[in-house]
Write a protein that binds this ligand. Structure first.
Ligand code: GDP
Length: 444
């Protein structure tokens, strides 16, 4: 998302490079380019107008700065204005003072509500909460089941009407769920409501009835960022029909132009609270306007990167691996574990995309083949524990059996074993050669 906008803005800033000061003509040209960049990214016209006017005004009044050259000043102004239209401060979730916090989700079918419900539940669990998922989408066949499956994936129980009781009344289910949460000591209730393919009066009425019955602490409007300008119209319709406190943008991992994300806050006056950016349950986080702006301007997003790395990095595991390397006990199993550790950092390309200045490598990153890790994993998992511990025992016939088991060729297996052998040899050398300070030498 935002790739074209990022590139466009980068070009604009490049044209300012080397300028000692900004002339009126420079400012006009820059404003024009920013305007085109935003319109091409599908940002709604009124938002574009406001944005460009603000940038122009501030660029004209920009102080002669010691620290920043004119190009940097414009980058800073655009960054500030982006943060503003994205909502300014990060909006945190509000919890109830007493009794369970009730969060209600509303949005069109396919927006990603059911997926989001489970992601949110997992996120809340990580915040030390004890959430209960509630299936009030009784319209779409399979919606209850889908929520149960997703709930199972994140280890959160789902409150749903008993099967076989006909269609069921979503309002009654919602009301009963809050009682159930009190009884079973769940402190957050997440109510997933029914969506339709398009905006529809019945759907709005049902959502409004559920809202009235459970008095949510937060009503969140869930919207697919990939639907472009339609997102803005839908957001307005739900604001009028149901009302909500905040927005959740889903599918930010897609390659849509992202204008919806940039327009929704300004046009509805409601903050984006969460962002969802992938199919995995962990592809979800609070929405930080400043970080999003930084990412659009390709200034990197070190904060998110550091947070994610901290979450994924297991210091105990790392120490154990270092010890094994030192003692020459590093096996294919350990190798695999290290890869899985890497994988936890999220997809490599996504990660790299957060680093400053990586915009120019976007194409190479998009071509990075993450399936390579899957292939290696398949091969290692086709080996017996003995083989993994000591690959030297793997002879020709075992290699072809492993290849068959993993659905790879013998040459893939050979390559992996060679690569591992080389890596293990290098690690042993490093560990025993005294070349690396702080590493204990290998015994014997
Ligand atoms: P609902 O009808 O609103 O409950 O939508 P679902 O939760 O069933 O999601 C619709 C589709 O979008 C499913 O195939 C999801 O896997 C997919 N989806 C949901 N969130 C994301 C996301 O953040 N990124 C991507 N790529 N797909 C998503």
């Amino acid at each position: 998302m935002f790739a074209t906008l990022s590139d466009r803005l980068a070009d604009t800033f490049k044209n300012l490079r080397g300028k000692g000061r900004l002339s009126e003509a420079d400012i006009d040209a820059t404003a024009r380019e920013i305007r085109i960049a935003l319109l091409e990214a599908d940002v709604a016209l009124p938002v574009v107008r406001e944005f460009v006017a603000a940038v122009k005004e501030r660029a004209r009044g920009a102080e002669v700065s010691q620290a920043l050259n004119p190009a940097q000043q414009v980058v800073k102004i655009v960054n500030d204005e982006l943060v503003t239209i994205l909502g300014g401060e990060t909006r945190r979730l509000r919890y109830a003072k007493t009794g369970p916090t009730v969060i209600m989700l509303a949005g069109l079918q396919g927006a990603g509500k059911t997926t989001l419900a489970a992601k949110l539940a997992l996120w809340l669990k990580e915040q030390g909460k004890s959430p209960l998922l509630v299936a009030c989408d009784l319209q779409r066949p399979n919606a209850v089941n889908q929520l149960q499956v997703n709930g199972g994936r994140v280890g959160v129980p789902v409150f749903a009407p008993e099967p076989g009781n006909g269609v069921g009344d979503p309002v009654a289910v919602a009301r009963a769920s809050v009682e159930e949460a009190k009884r079973t000591l769940h402190d957050v209730v997440i109510v997933d409501t029914a969506g339709r393919l398009g905006v529809d009066a019945d759907m709005m009425k049902q959502a409004a009835d559920i809202r009235d019955a459970v008095q949510p602490d937060e009503v969140l409007f869930v919207v697919d960022a990939m639907i472009g300008q339609d997102a803005v119209t839908t957001a307005q319709a739900f604001l009028d029909g149901v009302g909500y406190d905040g927005v959740v943008l889903t599918k930010l991992d897609g390659d849509a132009r992202g204008g919806a994300a940039l327009s929704i806050v300004s046009l509805t006056g409601k903050p984006v609270i969460f962002a969802s950016n992938g199919e995995k349950m962990t592809d979800f986080d609070l929405f930080h306007p400043d970080r999003m702006a930084g990412r659009i301007l390709d200034m990197g997003d070190m904060l998110t990167l550091i947070e994610q790395a901290e979450k994924a990095f297991d210091a105990d595991e790392a120490a154990k691996a270092a010890e094994k390397v030192a003692s020459g006990d590093f096996t294919l199993d350990d190798f695999l574990q290290q890869m899985q550790q890497l994988r936890k950092l999220g997809s490599m390309s996504k990660l790299m995309g957060m680093l400053p200045g990586m915009g120019q490598f976007r194409e190479q990153l998009a071509n990075f083949d993450e399936r390579e890790i899957d292939r290696i994993q398949a091969i290692i998992q086709s080996m017996t524990p003995g083989e993994r511990a000591d690959p030297k025992i793997i002879d020709g016939s075992r290699r072809s059996r492993i290849a068959r088991g993993a659905g790879r060729t013998v040459s893939d297996v050979n390559q992996l074993i060679d690569r591992f052998g080389e890596a293990a040899r290098m690690m042993r050398q490093l560990a025993s050669g005294g070349g690396m300070p702080g590493m204990p030498g290998a015994p014997g």
